[in-house]
Design a protein around this ligand. Structure first.
Ligand SMILES: [Zn+2]
Length: 296
């Protein structure tokens, strides 16, 4: 088995055809290793953009890639067809899914088809490393953060360049690789379902009448005595979550309940929290003062 760790650089480009912005890939870099992490080969190519003729200042600053650098380079389809031959049947790995989403976007734009021909098996290295490092699941761990946590000296890598970042991702993986742990991170990418899942956007549900919300999602037990509490006020939407006051009939405890609904590809995810009555009151007062200030 071979691993192909891929990284891309892209530029925000306005497309007249799409009547909107897209991320146009301008560099493709990768490193190919065997299971013992011997480097077998590297890949590094710049791509001459066809949509956005100018590299934005931000991207130029970050990558140091200039318009002149790209002028005589091959175009997207030439580069990816060369990459496809180079990558062979290796397991493709990227840090986070944004590189895959950008590839999908570019394939769709230039070929009219979202399929990535060289993607048969895929691993999201960010998700794998987050699991290994027990990183907070609600946050996303950047590559620099991972490198720091693993005591990897970032300055010895060409950071924010495609090949440099793929090498840095490889260093992180090397430190955390465990074939058993990795098993559940292999994704079969050779099917439509993979693309549907990749392109699915999680949304917060702000309507309590949503068919996937169950009455039990809105029921709360007392955090003091554990018995069923009773809601004593209306559900109110605040920062994409719902809050309501509850009272326990058994022990008299009062609290605020907060519930958040997120519709993910896998279905509805419900997050329930209990806020102390006191804190919630203070919070309400704080927002009130903020709103009063805004009004004045
Ligand atoms: Zn109680």
């Amino acid at each position: 088995m071979e691993f192909v760790i891929l990284d891309l650089e892209w530029n925000g480009a306005y497309s007249r055809r799409l009547k909107g912005f897209m991320n146009e890939i301008i560099e493709c870099g990768a490193v190919k290793v065997d299971e013992q992490f011997h480097v077998l080969d590297t890949f590094e190519m710049l791509i001459c953009p066809q949509v956005g003729k100018k590299i934005s200042g931000k991207i130029r600053e970050l990558t140091s890639i200039t318009n002149a650098d790209l002028a005589d380079e091959p175009r997207f389809l030439q580069v990816v067809s060369r990459f496809r031959r180079w990558a062979g049947n290796g397991v493709v790995m990227t840090w986070g899914t944004s590189d895959i989403l950008t590839l999908i976007e570019n394939y769709r734009y230039f070929c009219g088809n979202r399929r990535i021909p060289f993607l048969k098996c895929y691993v999201n290295l960010q998700a794998y490393c987050e699991r290994c490092l027990s990183y907070d699941r609600t946050k996303q761990m950047g590559l620099s953060t991972a490198a720091q946590l693993l005591n990897i000296d970032e300055t010895s890598f060409d950071h924010h360049r495609a090949l440099g970042d793929s090498m840095l991702s490889l260093s992180c993986l090397k430190k955390l690789y465990d074939p058993e742990k990795m098993k559940q991170f292999y994704q079969d990418a050779d099917n439509e379902e993979f693309y549907n899942r990749m392109e699915f956007r999680t949304v917060a549900v702000c309507n309590l009448n949503h068919p996937q919300i169950k009455p039990s999602d809105l029921a709360f037990c007392c955090d003091q005595c554990g018995r069923r509490a009773r809601r004593v006020g209306k559900w109110q939407l605040h920062n994409k979550s719902f809050r309501a006051p509850f009272t326990c009939r058994h022990c008299g405890h009062q609290f605020f309940a907060r519930v958040q609904f997120k519709l993910k590809y896998e279905g509805m995810v419900v997050k329930k929290t209990i806020l102390p009555f006191q804190e919630k009151q203070e919070e309400v007062e704080k927002t009130q003062t903020a709103e009063e200030k805004k009004e004045s």
